[in-house]
Design a protein around this ligand. Structure first.
Ligand SMILES: [Zn+2]
Length: 397
């Protein structure tokens, strides 16, 4: 294994410019969620150019690259949509410049997260060059709509494409640490129905704003009672929107609606989170719903899911984590940090719903995700491409 690891490191370094160049090409193509067509075609082209056995685009618009045909399946997943740029005045360079300078690739999506697809294309190229022939199928997925609805793309891959890997590496930015979980989340809407009456005689009505306000203050208090997990931390709830209506500004409000951003820790589920809210509003004329995501992909396909993104984690001594640590230590001669993400990823369905063991490993600092002046060190891309290639050997053995 030592020889192979050395060769992998050499090739990854030799391909630094190639990887950075591929990333630059991906960054130059704007690809907001539901608008990934062009970037998907470019990633597919890069996979074929790198010598992948197959690269195709499914009906949701995901790019699916494959190397090998073995029984065991390892997948590397990186989403290819990005968030928008925000105020362009906050950027020093054009967000879509893809400029490579001073050891960095610059632009929207370099960290979150086109850097890793560029790195895994190189990993595939390295494996091909080393004539990797083990009993392993490697999938490399450039997935869509993650920023709008994390996990939806993998619901599609599992249920419609019937791809069910034994292990998945989520390549969202980890600053080259190994991550093994994150909190889940859900979007809850509560609507309140009041009875309007003339504003001069409010006692005749039932004010929906007062009802919703009382509920909001109770939801705030829930934060003190939420469960905590030693690894993932505490659950949380934030009211992120308050909308109300009334027949006139001289009338008692008869309608209010709040939106709750609920973060879920280990042991908290959709049922438990919804029950907590019902407990607060049970004596009010209120309704609690978990929202639904349903949009049209760039391919024209309508696809959706409930906005419930389950919590996930795997054990520190899970074979996937242990193999990742071995690959890292073998390549770089130092111990990796094993930690968790603050934000949410496609792991919500891959592990949260389908229980497929996942780890995270990706180039770039998550602090720069969704921020202006996003940039990724070329050295991170090199490290990631070496790690992805090496992990294939450890998983195969
Ligand atoms: Zn991301």
């Amino acid at each position: 294994m030592k020889d192979i690891l050395q060769k992998i490191n050499e090739l990854a370094s030799n391909y630094a410019g190639y990887t950075a160049g591929n990333l630059s090409k991906l960054v130059k193509i704007k690809s907001l969620s539901l608008g990934e067509k062009e970037v998907a075609e470019e990633l597919k082209r890069q996979m074929l150019e790198a010598g992948f056995d197959e690269a195709r685009i499914d009906k949701l618009g995901n790019v699916i690259g494959r190397i090998g045909n073995g029984k065991k399946i390892l997948a590397f997943d990186g989403h290819i949509d990005t968030v928008d740029v925000g105020n362009p005045a906050n950027w020093d360079l054009d967000p879509f410049s893809g400029e490579i300078s001073q050891g960095f690739v610059h632009g929207r999506g370099t960290v979150d997260q086109k850097g890793s697809p560029a790195a895994f294309v190189t990993a595939g190229k390295i494996l091909k060059e080393l004539a990797f022939e083990k009993d392993l199928t490697l999938y490399f997925t450039g997935t869509v709509i993650e920023e709008d609805c994390d996990g939806l793309c993998w619901k599609y891959l599992v249920e419609e494409e019937h791809i069910r890997p034994d292990f998945v590496v989520i390549t969202e930015p980890t600053n080259l640490n190994i991550y093994r979980g994150h909190r889940g989340r859900m979007e809850i809407e509560v609507s309140f129905r009041g009875i309007s009456a003339h504003g001069s005689a409010p006692e005749r009505g039932k004010n929906a704003i007062y009802m919703a306000s009382r509920a909001c203050l109770e939801i705030e208090k829930l934060n003190q009672r939420f469960a905590s997990d030693p690894f993932l931390g505490k659950g949380s709830a934030a009211v992120s929107e308050f909308v109300s209506g009334s027949p006139s500004l001289c009338a008692v409000s008869d309608y209010a609606k709040i939106h709750i951003d609920r973060r879920l820790t280990w042991g908290e589920t959709k049922e438990s989170a919804v029950a907590e809210i019902w407990e607060i509003v049970k004596d009010m004329d209120a309704e609690v719903v978990v929202l639904q995501y349903e949009e049209t992909a760039y391919t024209g396909l309508n696809y959706g899911m409930e906005k419930y993104y389950p919590t996930w984690k795997i054990a520190e001594d899970h074979p996937l984590v242990l193999n990742a640590v071995k690959a890292y230590t073998g390549l770089f001669d130092k111990e990796p940090l094993v930690d968790k993400w603050t934000f949410s990823t496609n792991g919500v369905t891959i592990n949260g719903c389908y229980k497929i063991p996942c780890i995270g490993f990706g180039p770039g600092n998550e602090v720069l995700a969704h921020a202006p002046n996003e940039k990724v060190p070329v050295s991170d891309l090199v490290t990631a491409s070496a790690f992805y290639a090496a992990l294939a050997y450890y998983i195969a053995d």
